[in-house]
Design a binder for this molecule. Structure first.
Ligand SMILES: CC(C)(COP(=O)(O)OP(=O)(O)OC[C@H]1O[C@@H](n2cnc3c(N)ncnc32)[C@H](O)[C@@H]1OP(=O)(O)O)[C@@H](O)C(=O)NCCC(=O)NCCS
Length: 167
């Protein structure tokens, strides 16, 4: 049976769904709300189930709690009923915004949920006066690349990423 995508209904566009539940054509309610540390275990489990999300020592409950405290209200989750179907971290350092760990559960993909989560983050970053945002993506993440391409994000071939542990 034909099923309209969530984001094809004008009532369901991101600026309308940040705090209130909306009905999808399947009569399931999608709700976007703030990611708080109380959701950590379920969000971590979702990230853990997603190819394309790299988890490391910065993703302990303690470190995520610190990130959320430094960036209040910027990260969000998507729920259908009681089921967590998406999550994303967002924050800034005063100069640029950063979005990490965007994930939608496998059986809820390509319904516009990823786009709504990013729209929430971008809205919060804009309100905070941030004019540009970066994301990090594994170079072999083909589906992820299609998602970011479709949303108008540009791949920077002029910049490489370097890292080291601080001990
Ligand atoms: C990337 C991800 C978050 C996208 O979430 P999603 O809810 O499926 O994305 P949306 O439905 O909002 O897609 C928005 C647009 O992106 C594009 N897109 C998304 N997934 C796509 C895919 N697998 N193939 C082609 N295009 C895709 C489409 O253009 C889509 O718009 P359309 O359906 O109107 O054509 C999801 O695939 C995911 O969780 N992947 C695993 C984790 C991951 O790789 N995260 C990104 C880390 S950088």
């Amino acid at each position: 049976m034909f099923q309209r995508k969530i984001n094809e209904n004008p009532e369901n566009r991101p600026h309308h769904v940040q705090t209130e539940a909306v009905k999808t054509p399947k009569r399931m309610k999608l709700k976007i709300s703030e990611l708080t540390i109380e959701s950590y275990e379920r969000v971590f489990d979702l990230w853990n189930r997603c190819d394309g999300i790299g988890l490391g020592d910065s993703d302990t409950k303690e470190n995520i709690a610190l990130f959320l405290k430094r960036n209040p209200g910027m990260s969000c989750i998507a729920k259908m009923g009681d089921t967590l179907v998406g999550a994303v971290l967002a924050g800034h350092d005063g100069r640029r915004g950063y979005i990490y760990h965007l994930a939608v559960s496998a059986n809820h993909r390509q319904q516009g949920i990823g786009r709504m989560l990013v729209a929430h983050c971008i809205g919060r970053l804009k309100t905070a006066g941030i004019s540009k945002c970066h994301i990090f993506m594994f170079t072999d993440n083909a589906a992820g690349k299609k998602f970011w391409d479709a949303a108008g994000w540009s791949c920077r071939n002029d910049i490489g990423m370097l890292s080291r542990f601080i001990d």
